[in-house]
Design a protein around this ligand. Structure first.
Ligand SMILES: Cc1ncc(COP(=O)(O)O)c(C=O)c1O
Length: 400
């Protein structure tokens, strides 16, 4: 037998796999896990998921599905029951008017996003990506062969994105604009007016919009808003939704896309050749989530607002830290650039790395989201845990 220690021959991987990088967020999770395995108590502000448990009525629906043997293949894009429930929920909450053929259920929002971009973006197409961006957008576009045209937003303006800013970045090859409101990592929320101007501009120029609305229910302004309300522009838009954050269901993997039937059908074709249907029992749980009482969503939202206020107040009280007020999602995005140049620290990655290794607080460095001056702090945790982490950060940063 060949000894396992023998050097393996170099494998020629495809160009497309070499174009992408592993998720920066997952890298932090792995490093924090390693420290935990050594018995170190790590305060985790890195994770991008709710600290709540999935509501009981949703879990019960999945258990019942197993007991009723709802455990076989379903139609690739989800059962008719689930697809009708998704469009109904969206119509009630956002006054949209999608039909069953205009929705596909996938194995998480990321999967729906991946499929949408694979069917819309071709080699050499330009995709406008506002900065800061969620880590996966860039790599998913690159995997499809597209070029990301990065569009800087201004922290002093609360990372606001306007149609005028987008217009300046349009090229003859622009195929798609990616929107993400509420935004991961900045927590910025686009106003309905700004969203409408962007969608109108895109339609006038024959450009597609992919609107990632995975945090649409975690909006702390007085009005939650989906571009799906803008019915007159529906022919140019694909909306990505997810149950992960809304119902604390990250591990269940259920997301969806709403859009023109031709795009949805192409996404289903791709899905039919890769994952097939999302898990059957999860589809039953998703119907229960979307049809059942929505008070759980509001209760979680109200708690996130309190946690947001708490963490932003704490961060702003640390000398040298600046922090915009996030209006949605569950992340704060403090600017820590005033510490550069101290104790050999030069970048946000250096700050986050030292913070994890020396103060045992996990955060995600801004580089993964396209900015150099920030770290992302997830506040989806208890107030007590926030206080522990903030205290460690305060001491660590004071000692730099
Ligand atoms: C902006 C954004 N979109 C999509 C997703 C994907 O969520 P999921 O695949 O769990 O539905 C995430 C998860 O962190 C996210 O932050």
């Amino acid at each position: 037998m060949t000894p396992v220690t023998e050097a393996l021959p170099a494998v020629k991987l495809t160009d497309r796999i070499n174009r992408i990088e592993p998720s920066a967020t997952l890298a932090v999770v792995n490093e924090a896990d390693k420290l935990r395995q050594q018995g170190i108590d790590v305060v985790d502000f890195g994770a991008g998921e709710p600290h709540f448990s999935t509501p009981q009525h949703i879990k019960d629906a999945a258990i019942l599905a197993i007991q009723n043997n709802f455990t076989k293949y379903t139609p690739v894009g989800g059962t008719a029951e689930l697809r009708d429930t998704i469009v109904h929920r969206h119509a009630v909450d956002f006054d949209s008017d999608y039909r069953r053929e205009e929705v596909v259920a996938s194995t998480g929002g990321k999967h729906a996003l991946f499929n949408a971009i694979q069917v819309l973006v071709d080699h050499g197409d330009d995709v406008i990506l506002p900065v800061p961006y969620w880590v996966s957008f860039k790599d998913i576009v690159r995997y499809a062969g597209g070029n990301c045209v990065l569009l800087e937003t201004d922290e002093a303006q609360g990372f606001r994105l306007t149609a005028e800013m987008i217009e300046r970045r349009i090229t003859p090859r622009t195929k798609l604009i990616i929107l993400n409101s509420p935004c991961n990592p900045s927590g910025a929320v686009m106003s309905p007016g700004d969203l409408e101007s962007v969608v109108r501009l895109a339609t006038q120029r024959g450009i597609w919009i992919v609107s990632d609305e995975c945090y649409v229910y975690l909006n702390y302004t007085d009005r939650r808003f989906s571009v799906g309300s803008l019915r007159e522009y529906r022919d140019r838009m694909v909306i990505i939704g997810s149950l992960s954050k809304t119902y604390a269901m990250t591990g269940w993997r259920l997301g969806y896309a709403l859009g023109p039937a031709q795009i949805i059908s192409a996404m289903q074709k791709l899905q039919s050749q890769s994952t097939s249907n999302p898990t059957s029992i999860v589809q039953k749980a998703a119907v229960a989530a979307l049809k059942g009482p929505q008070q759980c969503v509001e209760d979680m939202r109200l708690e996130y607002i309190q946690l947001r206020d708490h963490v932003v107040k704490g961060l702003r009280s640390i000398p040298g830290v600046k922090c915009t007020m996030p209006e949605g999602a569950f992340y704060a995005y403090p600017n820590i650039s005033s510490f550069f140049g101290r104790s050999g620290v030069k970048t946000a990655a250096d700050v986050a790395g030292k913070l994890l290794r020396e103060a045992h607080v996990a955060t995600v460095p801004g580089e993964g989201f396209g900015t150099t001056d920030h770290i992302r702090v997830s506040y989806a945790t208890s107030t007590a845990e926030l206080d522990r982490g903030l205290e460690r950060m305060r001491k660590f940063l004071a000692g730099l």
